[in-house]
Design a protein around this ligand. Structure first.
Ligand SMILES: [Zn+2]
Ligand SMILES: [Zn+2]
Length: 332
């Protein structure tokens, strides 16, 4: 067997907001290979995680010198496309997504999504699509696709063409699934927090009484996740599966995100409705001066103790305060 050539005939550089695997896939297509596996192997990277964890994206010490040689891109250009692991004191490891430290399971590189119109216009996969909460394209006001409309299989990185499914269906020709402007807010806001340009015509008037719109990307994601996981009945352990291989489809996530976001609107009335749903049952009356923490511990309500712990950071003070006010009203 002839060893795979160390250099591609057609080389290239990644776009600034291109996904790393999307870039490898684009060169795979341009060079006529069967799947990105060939390029990854020749760059000394383990191609197996392509279908499992996409782990190359999450290592802070992954060696990209060979991949740079093979593809013609610079090492720094390639590293810029990864989500390097960082250790933060008192927290699980985080991964830098457009400069913000996020938990790994919200960066869902393993389940590729695409916007058919973006592929038609630009021909590359955007890195922002890797984020769990990016369910739509704010530029084309349509849903992202993670299931092929033709063969109904979930999209995979193991393919030979950026825009064409293994079943030969060209996603660029798939019917547009329009999304109402009001349902673009979350993704549009994430684009802005990531410093990605949004065309003028996408401008939306935003409800100023939604406090999470004032948060940075990390806190915005954590606040949404906080409500979404509880609303969907996802336990702390189940969170990993949220972003994992078998996790929810993009269309389901879109509905959950929308719902979670809505509980922050008309603050704090709709958040109180959410707390009603949490069914906080307690026979112990709540005395605000004794504090939320002691009340939760006395009530031995494990889930709410965890809730309290998660809300410790200063940026969630508005939520902690709302929980306090809610309990004071309810358990006087
Ligand atoms: Zn698009
Ligand atoms: Zn297909």
């Amino acid at each position: 067997v002839k060893p795979f050539s160390r250099k591609l005939l057609i080389k290239g550089s990644p776009e600034s907001d291109e996904s790393l695997l999307g870039f490898v896939l684009r060169l795979t297509e341009e060079n006529g290979y069967e799947s990105p596996t060939w390029i990854l192997k020749s760059a000394g990277l383990d191609p197996r995680p392509l279908s499992h964890t996409c782990s190359s994206l999450f290592k802070s010490n992954e060696k990209f010198e060979l991949l740079a040689q093979v593809t013609g891109a610079s090492v720094s250009d390639l590293i810029r496309l990864t989500y390097p692991r960082i250790e933060l004191p008192g927290s699980a490891p985080r991964y830098l997504f457009f400069g913000s430290p996020l938990p790994q399971f919200v960066i869902r590189a393993i389940r590729p999504k695409i916007c058919p119109r973006c592929l038609l216009e630009t021909g590359y996969c955007r890195r922002i699509w890797d984020l769990l909460f990016v369910t739509v394209c704010p530029i084309h006001e349509c849903a992202l696709i993670d299931v092929c409309p033709n063969c109904k299989r979930r999209l995979s990185w193991i393919r030979s063409n950026v825009s064409v499914c293994l079943c030969n269906y060209d996603w660029r020709k798939s019917p547009r699934q329009p999304i109402k402007k009001s349902e673009l807010i979350i993704t549009r806001h994430i684009y802005q927090l990531c410093g990605l340009p949004i065309p003028e015509y996408c401008a939306l008037s935003v409800n100023s009484r939604n406090p999470i719109l004032a948060l940075n990307l990390q806190s915005f994601v954590m606040a949404l996740l906080f409500i979404l996981t509880r609303y969907a009945g996802i336990t702390a352990g189940g969170r990993e599966s949220l972003g994992g291989k078998g996790g929810k489809q993009n269309s389901e996530l879109h509905i959950l995100c929308k719902k979670a976001f809505s509980f922050f609107e008309e603050w704090p009335e709709r958040f109180y409705l959410f707390l009603d749903l949490c069914r906080i049952d307690s026979t112990t009356s709540f005395e605000p001066s004794h504090g939320l923490k002691s009340w939760l511990y006395r009530g031995n309500m494990e889930i709410h103790v965890n809730l309290y712990k998660e809300l410790q950071a200063e940026q969630y003070f508005f939520m902690k305060k709302a929980v306090s006010n809610y309990l004071a009203k309810k358990y006087r």
